[in-house]
Design a protein around this ligand. Sequence first.
Ligand code: CA
Length: 228
Amino acid sequence: MQKILIIEDEMNIAELERDYLEANGFESDIATTGEEGLKLARTNSYNLIILDLMLPGMDGFSLSNELRKTLDIPILMVTARKGDIDKIIGFDRGADDYIVKPFNPNELVARVKAHISRYDRLINRDKKQNDIQIRGLIIHNDSRRVLYNGNEKTFTAKEFDLLNFLATNANIVFSKEYLFERIWGYDAIGDTSTVTVHIRKIREKIEEDPSNPQFIETIWGVGYRFKR
Ligand code: CA
């Protein structure tokens, strides 16, 4: 199920958003501060974030900056002030879209759907791109083969999926939780240690020195990143 993170300090608005999203088949979590939102975003897997600009403590812009360090999912900003629109548009690590309060909740849901499907298309298009070749590593998408320095390496299906996903989305840090849900699925049995084990096995196959990896980096406290 697609999951939305609502970061909004006005509970009545957050609940209104949640109700409409749920009525349209989305699951959602609510965070009422920026700090709480950041924590949820880093430990869960969301398809989109609805971010209120005016929050107590960390505001929407600072939060968006933080989120963009590790996430590339769509961010839909919500503002009560028309004067903020220019700032949102000019904000470089910006929001994908914005909506001004008071808004029609159906309009919000329509935007959420549009952004999620656009993002999915982007990710899928990237997946279908040509084989990945980098520093002696070749990943053949169609035949699901991996070669390192000319030698074919045997990969299990999940090892391949994990490596291919990380390499396709190079330079983006993904949490273990996100990777587990993405590769194994929401209903899979296991936990994030499954991801750790698979990363270790992948490194043994493609790294000269698995303790000093040149492809999949460990970002402590956050997750993993394929270095492009
Ligand atoms: Ca607010």
